[in-house]
Write a protein that binds this ligand. Sequence first.
Ligand code: 9MJ
Length: 676
Amino acid sequence: MTTPNLDFLKAQLVELRAQIEAHNYRYYVLAEPQVPDAEYDRLMNSLKKIEHDYPDLVSPDSPTQRVGAAPLKEFAEVEHRLAMLSLDNAFSDEDVEAFDRRIHDRLEMDEPLTYACEPKFDGLAISVTYVNGVLTCGATRGDGLRGEDVTLNLRTVKSVPLRLLGDQVPELIEVRGEVYLPIAGFEQMNAAALAQNEKLFVNPRNAAAGSLRQLDPRVTATRPLEAYFYQIGVLEGAAMPATHAKSLELLRKLGLRTCPESQCVQGVGGLLQYYRQLGAKRSQLPYQIDGVVYKVNDRALQDRLGFVSRAPRFAIAHKFPAEEELTVVNSVEWQVGRTGALTPVARLKPVFVGGVTVSNATLHNFDELSRKDVRVGDTVIIRRAGDVIPEVVSVILDRRPLNSPVEGLPRQCPVCGSAVVREEGEVVARCSGGLHCLAQRKESLRHFASRRAMDIEGLGPKIIDQLVDAGLVRTAADLYRLDVEKISSLERMGEKSAENLFQSISKSRETTLPKFLHALGIPNVGEATALSLAMHFRQLHALQAASVEEILKVPDVGPVIAQSIHAFFADHENKQIVQALCDLGLSFAVIDEPIAQEGGLAGKTFVITGTLEGMSRDEAADLIRKAGGKVSGSVSKKTDYLLVGSDAGSKLAQAEKLGVPVLSLDGFRGLFDSAV
Ligand code: 9MJ
């Protein structure tokens, strides 16, 4: 190994420390972090590594020598009776194995140890003191030795008791825990902020920090904060429990909230199993966690192990892969959907986040793009939690290149060049090219062929692209004009595959009226409305000939949808396509009986929550009602099923608590199909 130049190392240390201090200030004092935790951890680890390799270069003011930044000026300072420690981190199974080995070595023990495991909450560490059972002080961690006095604010948090329970309360107990915002509460706060045109919080942790650090406790009282307690600091006038698990029992008995996910395990195998189990459950928990914490259960052993700098040797935090990472925006592109809707998409320098490599992130719509002010060349925070589509959380403004232009809404469709229009009051801007636009045409064909529409097996997006690009297909009717020879002329299309595709296209001719109406892609007509229309009119020609007034008689169809349906069937090109499809042999099985009150879901009560992919909640509710079921707004013991989409919040937590079966949209479709 060559020895690095000492001056170079010193300069690197100065730079690293300055960066970390700046992040600490933003994180702890302003509660407005600039970079994701993973980036901060990386800087800190680089600094720790250099200081470890060159101990002479460690200075007392290095960020490694203290837990956090200085307390806020406005709050009174509280000196902790016992220093509030931080935890060392483990990032891999090997790190955990090394932790277990270190403990065995130090204790000179061979047999597997009992560990207490618990989630690592992504909130704010707090300390609360009860004297003779009465809450006397609540403080943040601050720098570990002194924190801020947030007693008045903590008194507004419902899960922080003002008085302890039972008649055997200790003379004095100082307890550590975490204040956090449940995900549902965070979403509720951001929805309110959006409505008031106020700045949005980046994540639940920042929102919790901002809420707890309010100088006016009345503001804190409006924030749905919660707390979990996980450690006894000081105990006077009672015996300290012999294990961590017994400490948690004592806390529970005293009325302090502890986490139900806490659990004791044996040995390193038990630790890793707990890590994987909680990791699998992570996206369903109603609060955010960023890892798990392992603690030697036996207090006597904890005492023997002691501390290193500011962290106990008996505990470690095993981190999950980061759900937020930094990367750079290479370009902003506009995707054109089936109805012409323009969606901005950020093309990114590939980044590993949430366990996968991400190179695209949606920006939803022009308003969202403008609000976040994402520009080419920007360094952005990307978030990918669970299986949710990756999104841009925010831009790191300090890293923006000079003179980068603001992203505007294109005036012309990037695919066909037609004018882009945005109706007043509409969030969405659209390409006005209709089926002349190649993108809209391809998307319409994809929708037409999809499983919930004509269900043409083997006709996926790639083949549709090829068929359209080769000029073989322009409209849905052209699909039924294809023969095996034409299909097999496509690149990489074998004779057998061509034959199979031809057969599945032919087979799809026999369909039902609701599926066909859905497949046409009439604006504002989803699966549920298509079913209502089919049940009301029974025959395609009856619907085609209907006036707006007649269409309005269909249950759940309002003026906007009625107008949209009428305009669709009045359009010359649409008329020709529908006629051609009928001439090409499409046939519709007639629905004799409405699938109504006697339906297979009769007597079943559903609650719907979250964003459903490809179906609005109203449409799902319509389907349920048509099959005889009921839709309710809140989860109770009487709920038969909870239908969940992405970003589900408190309803999902409530369903899990009550043991109500939870259905994804696919699961729901399966149930619906077998019921009707
Ligand atoms: C968090 N953050 O969830 C501790 N922590 O214990 C849990 N932190 C801790 N324990 C001793 N669950 C020091 C810090």
